[in-house]
Design a protein around this ligand. Structure first.
Ligand code: AMP
Ligand code: MG
Length: 337
């Protein structure tokens, strides 16, 4: 049976959801622009006078490109240079990428390895984010790739800014955190440009900076994981990052089974039990790493993790379509009837 990649079809609906949230009956001028970056459609909307808006939107796209060039897994990048050093001793890393890897390892620790930045060998095998088609690998291939993972094996030396990937074939994949980092950088660039209100939507991973207008929070539609263009909830937020990990984003179907891009690091196969996890957090890396981790952990353990993390809220949708909100989410996330 031929595998079909269906995931990217969802990008347009995601985009439209947020676009409609930018329009409003107010007198604010929202300037928007769209580019294809980081493997997805990125839309930047800025509330500012036209000259500031134009310059800041340009600066955001340049910054996102720069982060992509540093962290890309499949294309040549600083990350791929680090990965090429596996099994060949330690390597001195670019400070920014070094810090991002350190943060990724911190989230691996915090989530008991549910967030696992060393899944590179499995990412290559499944190829959900590569140029060619994804495929379901043979069980022995999954076992061999799994043997080359494990965040505890990465050695980090802060004094010399060096990293060691001890075994040939090991590799870091920052796909579960890089977009969140890019959104953190987007906020920094917008702040530098004097912008106080903006929305950056990278394929459903969103920075909602400031407000849409005085006293008006940004309203973000949260995608129904099974109904294109459908929304299950609306989040009203100010100065937050909203990141969703879903089994509908990149997937293939084979013999009636859906295989998607969020992998359970204990099995090497797609994490089961949930359809989507949306995390709202004050930083992009936290929202991104935690949405991936909670997807792997499942509803019960995932909610516990969210409840124990200050300033972080979540909406979890399980495989039966049931919704679970963290205790602080009720005031932010309104479920649609
Ligand atoms: P996200 O869409 O943020 O949940 O990230 C999914 C991406 O992160 C995948 O495309 C992989 O590149 C990578 N990834 C998959 N599973 C994991 C995991 N358990 N921990 C960390 N990164 C992962
Ligand atoms: Mg993530």
């Amino acid at each position: 049976m031929r595998d079909t990649v269906l995931g990217l079809r969802w990008l347009l609906p995601i985009l439209l959801l947020v676009l409609s949230s930018c329009r409003g009956g107010d007198s604010q001028t929202v300037h928007k622009s769209t580019q294809f970056l980081m493997g997805t459609i990125v839309e930047v909307a800025v509330v500012a006078p036209p000259q500031t808006a134009k310059a800041s939107i340009h600066a955001v796209f340049e910054e996102l490109k720069r982060v992509e060039d540093l962290t890309s897994f499949h294309k040549p990048s600083e990350l791929s240079r680090i990965n090429d050093s596996a099994g060949r001793g330690s390597i001195r890393a670019n400070p920014e990428v070094f810090n991002l890897i350190k943060q990724a390892l911190k989230f691996a620790e915090l989530t008991g390895g549910a967030f696992e930045p060393t899944l590179g060998p499995l990412s290559k095998l499944w190829n959900f984010s590569g140029e060619s088609e994804a495929r379901v690998p043979e069980p022995h291939e999954v076992r061999e790739a799994l043997a080359k993972t494990g965040f505890q094996r990465i050695r980090v030396d802060v004094a010399s800014q060096t990293l060691t990937l001890p075994e040939s074939g090991m590799s870091l994949d920052l796909g579960g955190i890089a977009k969140g980092y890019a959104l953190d950088r987007a906020r920094a660039v917008l702040q530098d440009a004097g912008v106080s209100g903006a929305l950056v939507n990278a394929g459903g991973d969103i920075l909602a900076m400031g407000e849409k207008g005085p006293g008006k929070p940004w309203r973000i539609g949260i995608q129904d994981p099974r109904i294109p263009r459908g929304i299950v909830a609306v989040a009203s937020v100010k100065d937050k990052f909203i990141v969703t990990s879903g089994d509908y984003e990149r997937f293939i179907e084979k013999d009636g089974t859906r295989y998607h891009h969020i992998l359970d690091p204990t099995t090497g196969y797609s994490a089961r039990g949930l359809q989507s996890v949306t995390v709202i957090a004050p930083s992009g890396v936290a929202a991104d790493a935690l949405s991936t981790a909670v997807f792997v952990l499942g509803a019960e353990k995932g909610l516990k993790l969210i409840e124990s993390t200050p300033d972080v809220e979540a909406l979890i949708i399980d495989s039966m379509g049931r919704q679970f909100r963290s205790s602080g989410a009720a005031t932010m996330i309104e479920i649609q009837g």
